[in-house]
Every structure is written in C-alpha cells, then in structure tokens.
Write a protein that binds this ligand. Structure first.
Ligand code: ADP
Length: 447
C-alpha cells in the first residue's frame, strides 16, 4: 500500500479522495493555487504545497510543479480526481518515469480512449455495441453521402478530437449534409486544431446511460451497474441516478457483462466509465472516460462499495476487493449537482457563502468542500457540492430527496437548489420518463 498520496485537484473531489486515503491510513499531500489557500482540502490534509497562481494552467494543470511537489514531499502516488490532469496521458507517463504511481489507467489506455475514432474502433473490436456510422474519419463529401445513405438520415457529424459537445452538426437529409459537414469541420478546426470528423446515425430521443467498470490490470474486469445521466443542460449532467429507471436487471446484466469482459480483454487498470446512448432497448457506445466520475457516489450508494478505495487498492497492486458476484444493487440513489449558478440561466454566481447548512439523516450524503464564510473563487468550475440520497426504492429516494432539498440552505450566492426543488415535484421526473432533451425543453418552456 502507498505511504503518501498527493491529490492533484481541488474542491469536493479533493476532499473525497482525502477521506478515502485517511480511511486507508495513507498520509495525504494536497497541492493548491494561491486562490485556494483557505480551501477545506488544504485545511484537512497532512501537508499542502502551493503550486502557483489562480489560473489552472499555472497551477492545477502545471505538471512540472506537481511532480516537484511529489519529490519535495516524498509522495509515492498521485490521485488526479476528475477534470484537470485526470485524462492526460502525458502526465501519467511523466509520473511513471519518475517512479510515482498514477492512480488511474496506463498512459496508453488514456490515449486510446481520448481519441474518439480510436475509442469507437476499440469498443467495436471488444464487442461493445456502437452507433452505426463511418469507420473512422471521412475524407470528402462523396464518402459522407455514401455513409449517410447507408445508415439512413438523420445523421450527426462529430469531431474526432471532440469534447464538451463542440463541433457536432446534425443533417436531416442529403440537402443538409454539405453545410453540416463544412460547419462541423471548421468548428472542429477552430476548437481543437484538428478538422477530422466522422459520421454517426443521429438518435432522436436517447437516454444517457453509463456503465461503471473496473479492471485490475491483470485481466480481470467487473462492472458496478449503470447510472442514468439523461438530465443534462448543454451536455452537462445535472441529475444522475442509479439504477436507471429505464433498465431491468436482465438488460443490466447483459450490458454489464459485455463491458466487464471488454475491460478484462483490454487489460485495463482502475476505474472507467463506458458511456452509451440508449434508445428502443439498444445501447450505442459514445465514449469511455478513463477516470472517476463526478456522479460516482450514486453507484457507491447502491453497492455499498467505496470506489476510491478500489482505485487506490488496484493502483498499489492489491487488486480489486470484490468479484462480480459480490457486487449487489441495493435500492435507488439520486445525485443533484449543486452549482454556484443562477438556477434558470446557469450563469456563474461566485461570491461569499454567508450561510451553509447541509441536510442529514438516514440515506443522505453531502460531498462538498465549502462552508459558511467561504469565498468561491471565480477561476474554476461552479460545482460547490453534491447531494446524494439513497432509499430502498425510487419512490422512497424521491421522498427523501424532497425533504433533504428543503433542509439545504446556501445563502449569499445563487445556486441550482431551486431547480432541483422544482424537478422533484415534476410528474415526468417522478415517473422516470425523460430523455437527454427533456431538461432543455423544460427550461425553454418555463421562460
Ligand atoms: P463530447 O465528447 O463532445 O461530450 P459525446 O460523443 O460524448 O461528445 O456526445 C455528447 C452528447 O452529444 C451526447 O451525450 C448526446 O447528447 C449527443 N450525441 C452524441 N452523439 C449522438 C448521436 N449519435 N445521436 C444523438 N445525440 C448524440
């Protein structure tokens, strides 16, 4: 087991990882920017190192400073959290070259999954169902027309180097294709410096369902069931639940089995999430995230397994603590992302939190790094906390969520709490009857 882990992140996830390390008896080092000197993760860590000024590229993304902090403090491993350097293959390689363990998969696995075309090809080879489409980047309009005619309209043109939902264009007929292709290409070129694009069948009303997987790096793979993250705004997840209201246990076991086998065959090490669009009973792979996800606590709630413990165990060579047959799905869990944002326009609302009171009681978990009197710096993501509620079934979970939301007080800034108080009383949400467009439509109607 590691002696000392450096946490290369901030906010609630830094605290989340810190808690897991403490439970495992591992010393913790955190790095922070000058804007985060007062942050909770800095206060609670055994050691802290200031690595630079507020902008992320000069601090949380500064590989040299982070490696130097490891050397100074004698950390033998780094947990990257999510975002920042968590999917940076070069960072994983550099740590390996310095004999520091990256708590995550190999640089090569990160690289494969970071290239969307390569990821899709790999998924297909491993027997994971993918969206019908071009087999790689398309060279010209003629090829685009041929592929689109084969798979049928509507189609979506996506950037190979894509991310954050940018560089995507839908064509509903051959007449739209030329313009869609050109726009997607120029947007991709401008955003990613790479204008390679590919074509996929456009799914009209899918759900976003993702499988939590783990590999032990020695040929064993398991799945921890799915999360339904269909409630999104501008491709950002807002509310996540496990299990998905749309899946039954046979479907879960089938897709889970496919994913676990793929992870084993890949020789993958650590936590991963295989993301699918799901429509009419079919799964379509869109991408794999090679890290811990923001929404991992809903999986922890229904399985009772600490996924960060598992990450640390696997990275230290101790293997997984569970076999597939040990993983049971118990009840239902929902996570609400509490952002420092206007609940309707989602514009950021940084400032000082004058009062912060979190709900408690059976089945209620709050992961947050903020406190009364905390000043939210304007430089980073607006997530200030996550409310995760568990119940024996979805109805109990929703009732508990409603009362937990009533208890939650955040004064001094705007947050997304009022949105969740509306959602929890909505009949479609109560019935689990929503797709990836539901929230955007709901917000537009409400204006
Ligand atoms: P990014 O890496 O840019 O986030 P993804 O491939 O993960 O791109 O897709 C982001 C979102 O775009 C999906 O969650 C979904 O809402 C939409 N999307 C992507 N591919 C399709 C498709 N083939 N049909 C319909 N919607 C899609």
């Amino acid at each position: 087991m590691f002696q000392k882990v450096l946490i290369a992140n901030r906010g609630e996830i830094a605290l989340r990882v810190l808690r897991a390390c403490k439970e495992l008896g591992i010393q913790t080092v955190v790095v922070h920017s000058t804007a985060d000197s007062d942050a909770m993760h800095v206060r609670l860590a055994d050691e802290s190192v200031c690595i630079g000024p507020p902008p992320s590229r000069e601090s949380y993304l500064n590989i040299h400073q982070i490696v130097a902090a490891c050397e100074i403090t004698g950390a033998d491993a780094v947990h990257p959290g999510y975002g920042f350097l968590s999917e940076n293959a070069k960072f994983a390689d550099i740590l390996a070259a310095h004999n520091i363990t990256f708590i995550g998969p190999s640089g090569d696995h990160i690289r494969i999954m970071g290239d969307k075309i390569e990821a899709k090809r790999t998924a297909k080879r491993l027997g994971i169902p993918v969206v019908p489409g071009s087999d790689g980047a398309i060279s010209d309009e003629k090829e685009a027309k041929r592929v689109a005619a084969e798979i049928g309209y509507p189609v979506i043109i996506k950037a190979s180097a894509g991310g954050g939902g940018r560089g995507m264009k839908v064509a509903r007929s051959e007449a739209d294709l030329e313009v869609a292709l050109q726009t997607a290409r120029s947007e991709a070129g401008a955003a990613f410096g790479d204008d390679a694009v590919y074509i996929e069948k456009f799914l009209e009303k899918p759900r976003h369902i993702e499988l939590q997987v783990f590999g032990d790096g020695a040929g064993r793979g398991v799945h921890f069931g799915e999360r339904d993250c269909s409630l999104q705004r501008r491709h950002q997840k807002v509310w996540e639940e496990a299990n998905s209201p749309a899946l039954n246990s046979e479907e879960r076991a089938r897709i889970g089995g496919i994913c676990a086998k793929a992870i084993a065959d890949l020789g993958y090490s650590g936590a991963g999430t295989i993301e699918f669009l799901y429509e009419n009973g079919e799964f379509y792979f869109i991408e794999m995230n090679t890290r811990l996800q923001v929404e991992h606590p809903v999986t922890e709630a229904i399985t009772g397994i600490d996924l960060v413990h598992e990450q640390i165990r696997v990275a230290s060579g101790g293997g997984l603590s569970v076999r597939q047959e040990d993983i049971k799905f118990n009840g239902h869990a929902i996570e609400c992302r509490i952002n420092a944002e206007d609940p309707r326009t989602f514009t950021p609302s940084p400032g000082t939190i004058t009062h912060f009171h979190t709900p408690g009681g059976l089945g209620v978990r709050v992961d947050s790094g903020v406190y009364s009197g905390y000043r939210i710096p304007p430089y980073y993501d607006s997530l200030i906390g996550k409310l995760i509620v568990h119940g024996r079934n979805r109805v109990e979970c929703m009732m508990r969520l409603r009362r937990a939301l009533d208890e939650f007080v955040v004064d001094g800034i705007k947050t997304t709490l009022p949105l969740f108080r509306d959602l929890v009383g909505n009949p479609d949400i109560a019935n689990g009857d929503y797709d990836i467009h539901w929230l955007e439509k709901y917000l537009a109607e409400d204006d």
